[in-house]
Design a protein around this ligand. Sequence first.
Ligand SMILES: C[S@@+](CC[C@H](N)C(=O)[O-])C[C@H]1O[C@@H](n2cnc3c(N)ncnc32)[C@H](O)[C@@H]1O
Length: 268
Amino acid sequence: MRGLPYYLISEMKLPHKIRKLAEPLTYRRAWRRVRRSFFPLPLAPLRAKIDQERLREIQQRYAGSPEGFSKYADVDRYLRVNRERVQDLKLHRSTPKRVLDLGCGGGFFLFILKKLGHSVVGLDVGHIDLYTELVELFDVPRVLWKISAFEPLPDLGQKFDWITAFSVGFTLYQPSKRSWGSAEWDFLLRDLQRHLTPGGKIFFELNPPDYHASELRDFFVSRGATVERERIFFETGLRFSSVSYAPFSSKESELTSVAEADNHKLHG
Ligand SMILES: C[S@@+](CC[C@H](N)C(=O)[O-])C[C@H]1O[C@@H](n2cnc3c(N)ncnc32)[C@H](O)[C@@H]1O
């Protein structure tokens, strides 16, 4: 469109803008913004709970670091990001819940929840020192564990009302780096079910390459989720049928046995 006058370009873009306005996604996002302003969650009382001297010391050490993760030392920015997550899940207006956050990183989300009176546990590989320093600064309890395809989570000693995961790539530490398909996700969901209280909720906000929305959308919907791009919400729990999702690898027998167990439960 180079060389065209601005008003012409603008007019050519108009149908696109109108189309965007008509998209349900645009309304859902706008509605979330409105809801956040109706039910604010001030950050000042949360900031006041952070040891500022220790935080400054951490920030000085990571200032100018070329590592991508060092951006998380900007605590104010990530508190704001996570405030929106808390608000959108309405956890600032809820009775105390037990929350497990998978791939909790620096623990921003759980720090906010803890200060709101929820009981929290983070789970993470724990390979990155900055995240360790932040969860310690925030005093967020964390279980060190690597989530791997077709491997159950450890005994966490309690059940949770919510299980969440934000911006996580479960394939990050997997040697093959291959994205998870339905079989891997099915295994994880069945395993997470063991850690959920009755009526417990699961919310994922996934990143590519972990999540290819177009390919996995139907699968997550079949398990009871509402899916809005990368946002996958099992608001009324998980739903399982006896469908077996064929894995890519030799773990086939494990999944078949999961499906067989289902069938056994269903048919006796
Ligand atoms: C981009 S950070 C996001 C952290 C946090 N959820 C947030 O949104 O601020 C991704 C986190 O997921 C963790 N992670 C990645 N793969 C994992 C796995 N297989 N098991 C457990 N944690 C994992 C990483 O260690 C890292 O802390």
